[in-house]
Design a binder for this molecule. Structure first.
Ligand code: SAH
Length: 258
């Protein structure tokens, strides 16, 4: 009887535990289903991160950064690149290569985005200027790391698309505008970091003027359709510029308004 009673006691609680476990399992399955529905490419992004890490190691001697910082890699792991390209690319959004975004423009190769971000040494309190919003992807990566990102795009429909998407994705610390980035954004200067994501024949003087002392600029320099090089510039306390040449790259040209 006592046995029977204890069995009877055990049985319902066992049953309850099972049903609780089943419910928890169901909740977990639903939650992961929801997360998957919102972000179906978590795994692709993880694979991409491994590729970026491998490329960083291979190019470390030229870039001086064989290992990218945890903050930069976390930002790359978080930003949903597939939202910045046409939905028709699907998992190809996470291939480590540039992709067309319309109007003759491209979203940069993820490794290059990570490298340029790494070279900027962005701190949480920083104010960053980007020239060439394009898809808005690089701006989103920077917004994960900085206090504020200002981004300028010269092609109006491209800039408007990016602004709408960044709004939808909830990036409240990015301000965009349509205009010629050659002149920088004097109203919000000086900047801790400036990134130019189109190739210039020379460094726009306004951008040098808008760097804080100790501030950094990453810019591809070189003629259109020829080899360009990524340059890293650091403004010294006396205002002079330390210029280091990094990797050969290929960017769309920095065009001029009017
Ligand atoms: N950073 C972008 C990729 C940029 S592609 C991304 O993450 O997707 C280069 C962009 O620079 C193009 O969209 C091009 O229209 C823009 N651009 C070219 N010249 C410019 C200029 N003078 N001022 C602002 N944007 C410019």
């Amino acid at each position: 009887m006592a046995d029977g009673q204890s069995r009877l006691e055990i049985m319902p609680s066992e049953t309850k535990r099972h049903s609780v476990l089943r419910t928890l399992g169901l909740v977990a399955a639903l939650a992961s289903g929801c997360a998957q529905a919102q972000d179906p490419y978590v795994r692709e992004r993880q694979t991409l991160l491994k590729e970026i890490e491998a490329m960083a190691r291979e190019t470390g001697a030229e870039t001086g950064r064989a290992v990218f910082s945890t903050r930069v890699m976390a930002a790359m792991a978080k930003v949903p690149r597939h939202r910045f390209v046409s939905a028709s690319y699907g998992p190809l959004s996470y291939a480590n290569r540039p992709l067309p975004i319309g109007h003759g423009q491209t979203i940069s190769q993820p490794y290059i985005v990570a490298l340029m971000t790494e070279l900027l040494d962005v701190e949480p309190g920083d104010s960053v200027l980007e020239i060439g919003t394009g898809s808005g992807y690089q701006a989103a990566v920077l917004a994960e790391l900085a206090h504020k990102v200002y981004s300028i795009e010269i092609v109006e429909p491209v800039g408007k698309n990016a602004a709408t998407l960044l709004q939808q994705l909830g990036y409240r610390n990015i301000e965009t505008r349509i205009g010629d980035g050659y002149e920088g954004w004097a109203e919000h200067a000086p900047f801790d970091a400036i990134i130019v994501t189109a190739a210039a024949a020379h460094v726009p003087p306004a951008l040098i003027a808008q760097m804080k002392p100790g501030g950094r600029m990453v810019i591809p320099l070189g003629p259109e359709d020829e080899v360009q090089f990524l340059h890293v510039m650091v403004k010294q306390p006396d205002g002079s510029i330390l210029n280091q040449r990094s990797l050969p790259v290929r960017f769309v040209p920095l065009t001029r308004g009017d």
